[in-house]
Design a protein around this ligand. Structure first.
Ligand SMILES: [Fe+2]
Length: 241
C-alpha cells in the first residue's frame, strides 16, 4: 500500500513530535503493509503552520529519509504538503513554495471544517483551471459535505478526487464522518484511503485493518484501488481516470 497523507515529518506540525516518533511511525506503516509514504505536513495555515518549502523543510525531510535508510526500514518516503486552501495557492504551488504530492499534478487540499461551499468550489476550480487535479483531504469531515449529499459528486465532476481518512472509516471522528465515509466507499465515490497519521500511538500509520474494513463494506478490488492502485498512480504522476 501507499499512504498519500501522513504527518510523519518531525516537529513541523501537530504530527510527529521528534525523529524517534517518526521512526516508530515508519515501522508501524511497514508492519501494516505500507511500502511508501508521502509526507504531508500541514502548510499555508493562516496564523498557524506555514511550512513553506525551504532549506529547513528539505533538511527535515532528508534527515528522516536517511534515518529510515540507516534503520533498514523497507519504506520509501516522498515529499508533499497538506495544503490549506487560503490565499493564492495556485501561485504558491507553481513557485514550489507549496508542494504537490511527489511533485505530481495532484495537490492535497484541506479546508476549515466549516468552510463555506462557494469558497471550496472556487478554490478548487482555480486549481483545476491551471491543470492540477486536486485531491480533497477527508471530505467526509466537512460541514458542506454533511449538508449536501450531492457535494461529493459535484467535486468529482469538476475534476477533483476524494481522499477518505482511515479514522473516519473506523468511526474515530464522530458519527457524521463515519456515516459519510462509509457511504463514499459503499457507492465507490472515494478515490483514496490514507492514514492522515499524526503519531505512532493514536491516528497511526497502520493501514491493513482499514483495508479489511473496505473489503467488508465493498470488495477487495476496491480496497486495493483505494490503498494501492490509485496512490501508486499519484507517485508516478499517472492519470487516474
Ligand atoms: Fe492531515
Amino acid at each position: 500500500m501507499v499512504d498519500i497523507h501522513c504527518h510523519i515529518l518531525p516537529g513541523l506540525d501537530d504530527g510527529s513530535d521528534n525523529l524517534e516518533e517518526s521512526v516508530r511511525m515508519a515501522r508501524l506503516a511497514v508492519d501494516g503493509g505500507t511500502k511508501a509514504i508521502i509526507a504531508t505536513p500541514h502548510s499555508n495555515v493562516p496564523d498557524s503552520y506555514r511550512n513553506y518549502c525551504n532549506k529547513s523543510f528539505v533538511d527535515t525531510f532528508n534527515t528522516l529519509k536517511e534515518r529510515i535508510k540507516q534503520e533498514n526500514i523497507p519504506l520509501k518516503l516522498y515529499a508533499g504538503h497538506e495544503i490549506f486552501a487560503s490565499g493564492d495557492i495556485v501561485t504558491l504551488i507553481k513557485t514550489k513554495r507549496l508542494l504537490t504530492l511527489r511533485n505530481s499534478r495532484y495537490p492535497l487540499i484541506e479546508f476549515a471544517f466549516k468552510e463555506r461551499a462557494e469558497i471550496v468550489y472556487q478554490k478548487l476550480g482555480e486549481l483545476v483551471a491551471e491543470g492540477f487535479t486536486p485531491i480533497v483531504a477527508h471530505p467526509e469531515r466537512y460541514a458542506f459535505v454533511a449538508e449536501d449529499e450531492f457535494a461529493p459528486m459535484r467535486l468529482k465532476s469538476m475534476g477533483c478526487l476524494l481522499q477518505v481518512n482511515k479514522g473516519s472509516v473506523k468511526g474515530s471522528f464522530g458519527r457524521e464522518a463515519h456515516v459519510v465515509s462509509k457511504s463514499l466507499i459503499k457507492h465507490e465515490v472515494a478515490d483514496f484511503i490514507a492514514s492522515d497519521a499524526h503519531s505512532p500511538y493514536m491516528r497511526t500509520t497502520y493501514l491493513s485493518d482499514v483495508h479489511e474494513i473496505i473489503c467488508d463494506i465493498r470488495s477487495q478490488e476496491y480496497a486495493d484501488l483505494l490503498l494501492s492502485i490509485n496512490p501508486e498512480k499519484v507517485i508516478r504522476n499517472k492519470k487516474i481516470y
